[in-house]
Design a binder for this molecule. Structure first.
Ligand SMILES: [Zn+2]
Length: 254
């Protein structure tokens, strides 16, 4: 089947002497892998350099029994040029691309994830405070992919939590005081952090950018989100350590 779609480049690698394999996140098909035959031998064969996070229009032959498809056309459409000129922002964009690559299963169509990645990259170009974008992006991606932490009640006994709440990576959400002993690693979580996570999970992108996060909430939010990622992603997400270093740096707007 011949397919056409708009797609963002998440990864590329050389294949044999002359070709490349690219992993795209596409609007209609989700994460797809494509072989671009001959692109290294003759770069003009395709109207794209396959730059990281560039947006391309691709035409590919979709194979039924393989996850590697043959890309016959790849035309460059747009890129996030401002990100390339800021090492910190480029690193943060890389973290989010890696997250999409790691969390989303192959060929699981999710136009909302494509839209989220575009919204995030556009906002990242224009911001001096990327922290909020990263939390927002990560929580929305976890929700869209079905990995979101359970915060509406205690994960174990399902009672609503009125007083002190604990966050458990192992159980994937909140524990009430009675159940908290079942996970020795759980930590107390303040109401402001819970409310912020729920707000990011349930608001649309423009709405969520208007939220101001208190410094006390931000410290805990960062720890909760990234330890949750570390715990649940199959491969240890090496980028989390790098991410914390990047978030401490200053960024420019273009
Ligand atoms: Zn409980």
């Amino acid at each position: 089947m011949i397919c056409r779609d708009e797609a963002i480049v998440l990864k590329t690698r050389d294949f044999r002497e002359t070709s490349k394999i690219a992993v795209f996140y596409s609007k209609k098909f989700g994460k797809i892998s494509g072989l671009l035959k001959g692109i290294r031998k003759d770069p003009k064969k395709f109207a794209s350099r396959l730059d990281f996070l560039s947006i391309n229009e691709i035409i590919f032959y979709r194979k039924r029994f393989s996850e590697l498809h043959l890309v016959s056309q790849c035309d460059f459409k747009n890129e996030f040029g401002c990100l390339k000129s800021d090492v910190t922002k480029f690193g943060l964009a890389g973290f989010c691309a890696e997250l999409v690559y790691s969390i989303m299963p192959p060929e699981d169509a999710h136009p909302e994830v494509y839209g989220l990645l575009l919204d995030f990259l556009h906002s990242l170009e224009d911001t001096r405070a990327p922290q909020k974008l990263i939390y927002n992006f990560t929580l929305k991606l976890l929700s869209l992919s079905g990995f979101q932490p359970h915060l509406e009640s205690c994960v174990i006994c399902r009672k609503s939590i009125k007083e002190k709440a604990f966050f458990s990576n192992r159980f994937g959400g909140l524990l009430c005081p009675e159940c908290s002993h079942k996970d020795a690693q759980c930590e107390g979580i303040i109401a402001g952090t819970i409310a912020t996570i729920l707000f990011f999970q349930n608001s649309n992108w423009p709405e969520s950018l208007r939220l101001d996060i208190l410094p006390s909430v931000e410290r805990q939010l960062s720890r909760v989100i990234f330890s949750f990622l570390d715990f649940h992603l199959e491969k240890k997400f090496k980028s989390v350590k790098m991410l914390n270093e990047l978030l401490d740096r200053k960024v420019n707007i273009c």
